[in-house]
Design a protein around this ligand. Structure first.
Ligand code: ZN
Ligand code: CU
Length: 495
């Protein structure tokens, strides 16, 4: 009897046909557990089987012997809101193994934009598009529906930007919002969440959101509470007042009863070097009584719009793009000052609108934050900069190659967890970030001995080394060093 059943089982297995079978991979499943050698069968969008599939057929076979299979990477912090539409191949991302991006960060979202786009586009919204052409979605639903009808190569989960809401709502963004303005912004948040946004982001360090008091943020974000959505923040201060900013972030999370995400956690300014020991202590303590998440990019230089108050705090500044003097993209600000003449402030005024890289962190802080157990990996890449910070193309391979393999900051399994399972759990991305039966087939096949960044400061654009094949929802988006042109990406709903 038992034998007969076994026979039936074997026969069923023998006739089982998958769309794709990946054979003989070393599987690192995203949970942080040690890897193991096995086969993975995919049917449609999902992983149908993990185990010995020697007797199974497939429409497509991938021989993965000698390679490592991991869940697709989730970029916890991006500004890809427009890239998803303007270059849906998402090459800077899929080339390094990213299969899902979190967009709408730092208070900056492409939607909603119900009225006329301000001209020039209010910084820092111009990070997404300084022409204003792409701010064409009156509601968040319109934006997400476009992403659904014209999908990109990667999945995305999107946040509503508080700075965008201020710009569309307030007659003067240089002050706190009035009670009426808060009510309007709150309705936009409700609309965004109903449409499928996973939370709200703020960029309290920059004007115009810098003028928003804590209470404004809390009141605008009220709709997060009932939907268990997220509050993600580029904190008010990452320098001298970083501890106070953490406290403000925790307070907002407590008042709303929601999880907070501390974006691109860092400590800037020479006199604050070393203070990540203190900030991580504060974060660890807060985690005992409320939900706190954080992400980090693997570089000691930051990048955003060009501004004198930031340039003043750095020894070195590199221009990433400039409308005023476009010929200086890629040049150091000191060089530009020497050539053009005048004070730093005068030269910056001539370059604007513009973007920059700021060398203003301490390497030991970067390592301490990266190695912290709960830190997720997020690129904070700026895809529309002419000479972008290399984090856009190289964040994930740099974590695996430079920080993991070369410096031994963490095990390979731990590094993968920081870019997959941990991130999916924190953002509520169901059935993503892990390799197991029933999970979506977002997968990366890579060579763990060679994976490395293909872009750096002098050469900021280039695909990663050692990324063999990338699948999104069961379909290959990157193989043999090229984008396939497939667009299987989905808008993910979160909680
Ligand atoms: Zn930011
Ligand atoms: Cu950002």
């Amino acid at each position: 009897m038992t034998g007969k059943m076994d026979n039936n089982e074997t026969n069923k297995m023998a006739t089982q046909k998958f769309d794709v079978v990946i054979r003989g991979a070393h599987v690192v499943d995203g949970t942080g557990a040690p890897g193991f050698d096995t086969d993975v069968g995919i049917t449609g969008e999902r992983i149908a089987s993990v185990g010995n599939l020697a007797n199974c057929d497939a429409r497509r076979e991938i021989d993965a012997r000698g390679l490592t299979l991991t869940p697709g990477f989730i970029d916890a912090h991006t500004h890809d809101d427009r890239l998803l539409l303007s270059d849906p191949s998402m090459t800077p991302k899929v080339s390094q193994g990213v299969t899902t991006i979190i967009g709408g960060n730092c208070g900056i979202s492409l939607a909603p934009m119900p009225g006329v786009v301000p001209s020039p586009v209010t910084p820092p919204l111009d990070l997404l598009d300084d022409t204003g052409r792409w701010f064409q979605f009156a509601t968040f639903a319109e934006y997400l529906n476009r992403l659904r009808s014209e999908p990109a190569a990667t999945n995305c989960a999107m946040l509503v930007g508080h700075t965008t809401l201020r710009v569309i709502t307030m007659s003067d963004v240089r002050r706190a919002a009035t009670r009426d303005e808060i009510a309007v912004m709150r309705r936009h948040v409700e609309e965004g969440l109903d449409a499928g946004a996973i939370g709200v982001s703020t960029g309290l360090a920059y004007p115009p959101a810098i003028s928003a008091p804590t209470q404004e943020v809390i009141e605008v974000c009220r709709p997060l509470t009932s939907r268990e959505a997220l509050y993600c923040t580029h904190m008010r201060d990452e320098g001298d007042r970083v501890a106070e900013s953490l406290e403000e972030t925790f307070e907002i999370g407590r008042q709303l009863g929601v999880a907070v995400v501390i974006s691109h956690h860092k400590v800037v300014g020479e006199k604050n070097y070393g203070r990540s020991a203190e900030t991580l202590d504060l974060i660890r303590k807060a985690m005992q009584s409320q939900r706190v998440c954080l992400d980090c990019y693997p570089y000691a230089a930051s990048s955003t719009i060009l501004a004198a108050h930031l340039a003043r705090t750095c020894k070195r500044v590199t221009i990433t793009w400039s409308r005023g003097m476009p010929q200086y993209a890629g040049a150091d600000l000191d060089e530009v000052i020497a050539r053009v003449g005048g004070t730093m402030e005068e030269v910056i005024a001539k370059l604007l609108p513009a973007g920059a890289i700021y060398y203003r962190m301490d390497e030991p802080d970067v390592r301490r934050i990266l190695a912290f157990d709960e830190t997720m990996i997020g690129s904070d890449g700026l895809p529309h900069d002419e000479r972008p910070h290399p984090r856009l193309w190289a964040t994930f391979p740099r974590v695996l190659g430079h920080y993991g393999r070369s410096l031994g900051l963490f095990s390979f399994e731990k590094a993968i967890h920081k870019m997959t399972g941990l991130t999916a759990r924190n953002f509520g991305l169901t059935d993503r970030g892990e390799i197991r039966e029933g999970a979506y087939a977002d997968l990366v096949l890579l060579n763990r001995d060679t994976v490395a960044e293909g872009a750096d400061y002098p050469h900021p654009i280039g695909p990663a080394i050692g990324i063999d094949t990338v699948l999104v929802n069961g379909r290959a988006v990157w193989t043999q060093g090229q984008a396939t042109g497939e667009r299987p990406g989905r808008v993910l709903g979160g909680h």
